[in-house]
Design a protein around this ligand. Structure first.
Ligand SMILES: [Ca+2]
Ligand SMILES: [Ca+2]
Length: 422
């Protein structure tokens, strides 16, 4: 019973297929172009025409133009469509076809993805091919006049450096992408793309050339870490720049960019706790502290000297030890209310056993590894005091030099310090 039913259904299916294959109805009908001449120059006058066609079965549609020499230019190249049901298909055509090159023409460093047809007379063809291989086509003529054929050329496209580490250690944290754009455009976009097709947008830097105008453009890329966002994962990406002009022409330049050691550095004074040796010391005696720094991020954190254990005299500072500020380095610092400069006493966030040395661009730098903790000690021998401010508060901070002191790391765990004067 059930088997007979299936056979009947199959026979019906075969009958339907046979009817379809016989093509009782033409595949492609009612093909028309709304005009036989356009002037694709974005002046809003006769820039665009409408292509109409009726498709009676599913088919691959191609729409192309042939010039007097038989050169073919594709607007649509075997695009699959379901049958048109109630209304015929309608397409806008603005004179722009798949990129092509003219005889003897070459482009340095970029490709033309979509390009307007040159002025002249063309034969258009709308062609449909169904699953059985039946092809039907309609043709007509089209004249292109006053076309704006100037291309938005992308000259001198460059990416520097080709490898960078967006992690706010001030060493190769940024990439500059340059281009000399040869025509005003509607859009100029840059993005990174990984192998899976995920895109990461690159913002344009404010420059002498206004956005989208012809001229020199610069894109300054920090991978988002300046705003505290995680950068794209480490790896090699394709960098794609695309320009689109008002006619609808597209150009595209590509390059590669590698991200290594990318990430937002985050470090803390563990539990916000500082162990002070005393709240009261004789003049010429030393206040010691002990605290733990934790690298609570996925990137190594850069630091610089002097090493933990260093004892300053109160009238010294990091510069008098020759340990100047280094952009992008983290250091532990102590500040007292009477300090003549901001956080005068500073220490590396770890000793030789805690830190690793990494070579970057021919120089060696020291880092606290991702996830690591280090115990930091140090001291200040008070050789002077301010009578009007005795006792005073002293605090510890964790400074990301030339970047920030996050609020949580600023003026941590104060001690009320009295200097005993004879
Ligand atoms: Ca026009
Ligand atoms: Ca870096």
């Amino acid at each position: 019973m059930q088997i007979r039913h299936i056979i009947a259904a199959t026979l019906l299916g075969l009958l339907a297929l046979t009817l379809t294959a016989c093509g009782e109805k033409p595949l492609l009908t009612d093909v028309s172009f709304s005009t036989d001449q356009i002037t694709p120059n974005a002046d809003h006058d006769n820039d665009v025409l409408v292509i109409t066609y009726q498709l009676n079965r599913s088919a691959a549609i191609s729409i192309y133009f042939e010039d007097g020499t038989g050169q073919r230019y594709y607007f649509r190249d075997h695009i699959h469509h379901a049958p048109s049901v109630e209304e015929p298909y309608q397409l806008h055509f603005a004179g722009v076809v798949a990129g092509y090159t003219l005889p003897g023409e070459t482009f340095e460093g970029f490709m033309v993805e979509r390009r307007v047809l040159q002025n002249g007379h063309y034969t258009w063809t709308v062609e449909a091919t169904d699953a059985q291989g039946v092809t039907e086509r309609a043709t007509g003529s089209l004249t292109i006049a006053d076309a704006d054929t100037t291309l938005p050329e992308l000259r001198g496209f460059s990416i520097h450096p080709p490898v960078f580490s967006p992690n706010r250690d001030s060493i190769r944290d940024r990439v500059t992408i340059n281009v000399d754009l040869k025509k005003d455009v509607e859009e100029l976009n840059v993005y990174l793309m990984d192998d899976a097709g995920t895109r990461y947008h690159v913002r344009e830097k404010e420059m002498a050339t206004p956005i989208n105008e012809a001229g020199w453009h610069q894109f300054d890329y920090d991978a988002g870490v300046d705003l505290g966002a995680d950068p794209p994962p480490d790896g090699t990406y394709t960098v794609i720049m695309e320009a689109r002009d008002s006619v609808g022409q597209w150009t595209r330049a590509t390059g590669t960019l590698t991200i290594e050691d990318g990430g937002v550095p985050r470090a803390y004074i563990l539990n916000g706790e500082v162990e002070w040796s005393s709240g009261s010391i004789p003049l010429n005696d030393t206040l010691y502290f002990t605290l733990t720094v934790e690298n609570d991020s996925t990137v190594p954190i850069r630091t610089s000297g002097p090493p933990p254990g260093t004892v300053y005299q109160s009238d010294q500072n990091y510069a008098s030890l020759g340990e100047y500020e280094q952009s992008g380095a983290f250091r532990v610092a102590i500040h007292c209310e009477t300090s003549p400069i901001d956080h005068p006493w500073r220490w590396a966030i770890g000793g030789p056993d805690d830190l690793v040395t990494i070579e970057r661009e021919g120089s060696e730098y020291v880092y606290l590894p991702a996830g690591a903790r280090a115990v930091i000690t140090g001291g200040i021998r008070f050789v002077d005091y301010v009578a009007a401010r005795n006792p005073q508060y002293c605090y510890a901070s964790l400074i990301h030099e030339d970047v920030e002191i996050s609020l949580v790391n600023y003026h941590v765990d104060p001690v009320h310090l009295r200097i005993q004067v004879p």
